[in-house]
Design a binder for this molecule. Structure first.
Ligand code: SF4
Ligand code: SF4
Length: 433
């Protein structure tokens, strides 16, 4: 079926070749895991274990009653050696349970979550969150508000960020889990149509899914173009509906979940398996780029070691993809549920630091590239002057922070940072998205 092209977008070099053909391998168990109690959007968990406790792989170590949250499980059998704040990729410090693992781990044995409950209840108990980066608790998305009908479930297998291939490998190596997850989610939300959308630079993954998909699941190949995997752009490509301004994507009747999240849902429902580990692409200037199955709480430094260590000169090290990820100031930060990649950029790939007053030459490239049809240069100018009303008039809050504008700007204006700041101020002043 033909798909619809969204407005704007860019074609950055995808740099996926280094890892796209490499099978997932398990990263070794670190000496100490630091498992944050907030790896999701919503209320942080409180620890349910104490220092000195022995914990089993799969045991709940943090939970909270709040609706928008997700419990946290121990990825190993071992001893709790510390409970206290640790640095995470965003630069914040959050409470974490540090665990010294036993020398021998049996990865196929774990404390199962209770099954036999509804799919949303099992998904909540398993601590599943959006694994594409958003980390929104999946169980909440499985219970759409009353009056909001979900007709189409879209599984996002686009992985449009350069360098990242963790979703690609998941679709290729575990297609039955992805398809099964799609079926479970569709039945939970009552969707009558299920589409797995895969960019056309991953045709092998699309073929693997096709082979497993029964009549109830369509595999749709969509053009490779950044940010094809952004929720609003994907809904447009698949069902041709625009998310109305100020409304949730569900207002279109479509619900989007990431393919790795779907695989985790299948694991939880069929095997009682909580979310304790994830595939992380470690690539760029490392000796052995690859896709590593990493225990949550593994320090990024250990994963870089697993990939043979840093290689040659390097610039920034990014958690996530280079377009939307976060530059790391410290490699002790742990792998969390939403972290799909560690990218060690070449010094040449790192844009020189510039100040907010770098002049705009009014070339309009940023507006042409913006998939939300905004005028990023104008928002940037107002944000620079701290004229927040001005940023709101130019719809700063509609920005999806895809980074296309910064990418194309010839004078390297830090447009996303300026717009992100404007959004933060506007939200603090009470504006709503
Ligand atoms: S970051 Fe925001 S303003 Fe810039 S291109 Fe993306 S949506 Fe448009
Ligand atoms: S791309 Fe950069 S220089 Fe061109 S209009 Fe946008 S902000 Fe100005």
């Amino acid at each position: 079926m033909a798909t619809r092209a969204f407005n704007g977008g860019i074609h950055p070099a995808d740099r996926k070749d280094a890892t796209s053909a490499l099978a997932v391998t398990r990263a070794r168990v670190p000496q100490v895991l630091r498992v944050p109690l907030s790896q999701h959007l919503g209320a942080p968990c409180a620890p349910t274990v104490g220092k000195g406790d022995r914990v089993l792989r799969g045991q709940v170590i943090g939970d909270v009653e709040a609706m928008v949250s997700a419990p946290v499980h121990s990825p190993v059998t071992g001893e709790v050696v510390e409970i206290g704040p640790v640095l995470v990729a965003s630069g914040a410090r959050v409470q974490a349970v540090s665990i010294a693992p036993d020398e021998v781990q049996e990865f196929d044995r774990f404390e199962p979550v209770e099954r036999g409950a509804t799919v949303p209840e099992t998904v909540r108990a398993a601590g599943i969150v959006g694994m594409g980066g958003a980390a929104f608790p999946t169980a909440v998305k499985l219970q759409p508000p009353k009056g909001m009908e979900v007709r189409t479930l879209i599984l996002n297998g686009c992985e449009c960020e350069p360098y990242l291939t963790c979703d690609h490998r998941t679709m290729l190596e575990y297609p039955e889990r992805v398809v099964r997850g799609a079926e479970l989610i569709a039945s939970a939300v009552g969707a009558t149509r299920t589409v797995i959308a895969v960019e056309d630079n991953k045709r092998d993954a699309a073929a693997a899914l096709e082979e497993r998909a029964g009549a109830s699941v369509e595999v749709m190949v969509v053009p490779t173009r950044y940010p094809q995997g952004a929720e609003k752009q994907l809904i447009w490509a698949v069902i041709g509906s625009e998310v109305p301004h100020g409304k949730l994507p569900a207002a279109t009747g479509a619900l989007v979940h990431n393919v790795s999240t779907a695989a985790a849902v299948a694991d939880a429902v069929d095997r009682g398996r909580p979310l304790m580990e994830r595939v992380v692409t470690v690539t760029g200037n490392v000796r052995n780029p690859g896709n590593y199955l990493a225990l949550l709480g593994t320090p990024v430094a250990d994963l870089i070691e697993a990939a043979g260590g840093l290689h040659g000169e390097y610039g920034r090290i990014i958690a996530g993809g280079p377009m939307t990820g976060m530059a790391l100031a410290d490699l002790s930060v742990p792998v969390v549920k939403g972290m799909g990649g560690i990218v060690v950029l070449d010094p040449g790939d790192t844009a020189p630091a510039v100040h907010g007053d770098q002049p705009c030459i009014r070339c309009s490239r940023c507006s042409d590239a913006c998939p939300m049809m905004l005028e990023p240069f104008a928002i940037g100018i107002y944000a620079n002057r701290a004229d927040w009303d001005g940023t709101q008039r130019f719809h700063a809050l509609d920005c999806i922070e895809c980074g296309c504008c910064s990418y194309v700007c010839p004078t390297r204006r830090p447009l996303v940072q300026l717009i992100r700041r404007a959004k933060q101020v506007l939200l603090e002043k009470g504006a709503s998205l």
